[in-house]
Design a protein around this ligand. Structure first.
Ligand code: ZN
Length: 259
């Protein structure tokens, strides 16, 4: 077995296992429950899941998507989150390679997946993820890219820009368009990715949000209130920036210096 195959096998195991843990986070963090104990139970009948019910993706498929005890359906969200976590882990490995910075980037990716799912369902971006995330991103940046200066500027630009937009919108319309959760989330993205990729995230998420918002308005002839919460776009844009942000920045700089 070559080193590459060994690393890949470890990543597949790690991606699925951590994806399974992220499901617990997505399920419990909005209700402020502990993500460590008690063990997982069926929400319908209270049956305590054993190790055999907890194997990522495999258990879901083997049980036909139903509880072993009461046969009530299990949300398809569980295997989806596990497979997406695996996919995001592998993509980061292929793009970044086996380097130290892969560790904070995988942690960052986990946070984006959890924030995406919780914001989608509850329209909420919990402080329990974003605030420790800002600290963690800053600590990693002391010894790894993007470096402490870029990280601090990223926090200020990320938090500051969205705060200004939210404040301006509030003054203009009298209602809150964006929550403080978005501000803290982009500050966290800034802490992990640095200021350049924070700008990339801000631009990508704005474009994606505007296009989706327009599509919703056109399709339903309704208003923006039905559009997806902004945190979901921030999560997707943050993942894109983590993977391809450096290439986007290089392309942009090349584009303008070539003229
Ligand atoms: Zn059950």
């Amino acid at each position: 077995m070559t080193i590459d195959a060994l690393v890949l096998a470890c990543l597949v195991f790690l991606g699925l296992a951590i994806g399974s843990f992220l499901n617990v986070c997505i399920h419990r963090i909005p209700s402020r429950a502990s993500v460590v104990s008690p063990g997982s139970r069926c929400p319908s009948c209270g049956y305590a899941l054993t190790w055999a019910d907890n194997i990522p993706v495999v258990s879901y498929a083997a049980l036909g998507g139903r509880c072993r005890s009461c046969r009530s359906p299990i949300s398809i969200r569980y295997p989806i989150v596990e497979v997406i976590t695996l996919g995001v882990f592998l993509l980061h490995y292929f793009v970044i390679g086996l380097q130290p910075v892969l560790v904070p980037r995988l942690l960052f990716a986990c946070a984006m997946i959890v924030l995406f799912a919780i914001d989608l369902e509850h329209h909420l971006l919990p402080d329990r993820i974003t605030l420790p995330g800002i600290v963690a991103g800053l600590l990693f940046s002391l010894v790894l890219p993007p470096g402490p200066l870029s990280s601090v500027i990223g926090i200020l630009i990320g938090g500051g820009s969205l705060w200004l937009i939210a404040e301006a919108y509030y003054r203009y319309s009298g209602e809150e368009g964006m929550g403080g959760g978005d501000v803290k989330m982009l500050a966290m993205i800034g802490a992990f990715l640095g200021w350049k990729l924070t700008l990339v995230t801000l631009i990508l998420s704005s474009i994606a949000g505007a296009v989706t918002g327009l599509a919703v308005i056109l399709a339903r002839k309704g208003d923006m209130k039905y559009a997806l919460p902004y945190g979901t776009f921030l999560a997707l844009a943050g993942l894109c920036a983590s993977l391809y942000g450096d290439s986007i920045v290089a392309w942009y700089v090349g584009f303008y210096t070539a003229r």
